[in-house]
Design a protein around this ligand. Structure first.
Ligand code: 5GP
Length: 279
């Protein structure tokens, strides 16, 4: 029997045979509204852990530091043991969710410059939106805030490109970071699944994420499985390209050692770039 280190709403973290590493179990539970709404979707834990594993592997491969080490069972992931920052960092490429509710920005508008929102991770306070001034007074240095922004932009760039390749818009994404117990390296932690991001079909604009559950639209397992299947095909195709190019005399098409974030363009969102005409 493994010892539990932490039990979250949909994940359980267990001790492993190495004090610097943990095992993370993804459960079939789905929650919304800060745990007020809860259900079991059989197989969701498995699908989400597989989606997370693929995306973490893609990030690790291009040099973005994450907590992910390897899969240790169908729902079980071996990860670095981290001390989590009590923050949720949301990056948004299109207007949706709370941004549409709390501002006059129209749902579906493409943000020419991705927008980053920091939230305090505190269920009792309802995860309030933070300002950078509040963060500085809470002890976050300008360097750490800058590093988090840079990491989030890098992650968004990699994931946007992956989802674009399978016909999905990455609308927004919630990320959590921690410092490894081993050497205090800042790494992306938590999970990367349709539970913590919005994905819309580029063709039909249908949601392929937790909004289906939040809005009682059904088809959650089918949508998540569709995302996993498309990602699996994409990764297999990319592996085949790498094998082919490594057996030929041509160098690899991308130099991942030079991975960097391009200078963001500051432009007003234009109504033409909206995905939906009105609420
Ligand atoms: P919003 O602020 O619009 O409600 O959420 C923005 C993005 O972050 C969405 O993709 C949403 O799923 C994700 N997100 C925000 N808060 C949470 C949370 O507490 N848990 C999870 N899993 N995702 C969240």
């Amino acid at each position: 029997m493994m010892n539990i280190i932490y039990k979250g709403k949909v994940k359980t973290i267990y001790e492993s045979d190495n004090s610097y590493e943990v095992l993370i179990d993804h459960e079939d539970k789905i929650c919304a509204g800060n745990g007020k709404k809860q259900d079991i979707i059989v197989g969701k834990g498995l699908v989400n852990s597989q989606i997370s594993a693929i995306l973490f592997e893609q990030l690790n491969d291009v040099g973005v530091k994450t907590h992910y080490l390897k899969m240790a069972g169908v729902n079980l992931m071996r990860c670095h043991f981290v001390d989590m920052l009590p923050l949720e960092v949301v990056i948004r490429n299109f207007v949706a969710g709370s941004l549409a509710k709390e501002t006059h920005l129209r749902k579906g508008i493409h943000l020419n410059y991705p927008l980053i929102d920091f939230y305090l991770k505190d269920d009792e306070l309802g995860d309030p939106l933070l300002t950078e001034d509040r963060m500085r007074n809470m002890g976050y240095s300008d360097i750490l805030i800058g590093l988090l922004r840079k990491r989030v932009l890098e992650i968004n760039l990699v994931l946007t490109s992956i989802f674009d390749s399978i016909g999905l818009h990455l609308i927004d994404l919630k990320l959590e970071f921690g410092r490894t117990i081993r050497d205090a390296t800042l790494v992306l932690a938590d999970e990367l699944s349709p539970d913590n991001m919005r994905l819309w079909s580029q063709e039909t604009h249908e949601s392929k994420d937790k909004d289906l559950y939040r809005k009682d639209q059904g088809g959650v397992f089918e949508a998540y499985s569709e995302v996993l299947n498309k990602l699996t095909v994409l990764v297999e195709e990319r592996k085949a390209v790498v094998v082919e190019s490594s057996t030929s005399s041509d160098p690899l098409p991308v130099d991942i050692s030079e991975f960097d974030v391009p200078e963001p363009k500051m432009e007003e969102p234009s109504p033409e770039s909206s995905l939906v005409s009105s609420e």
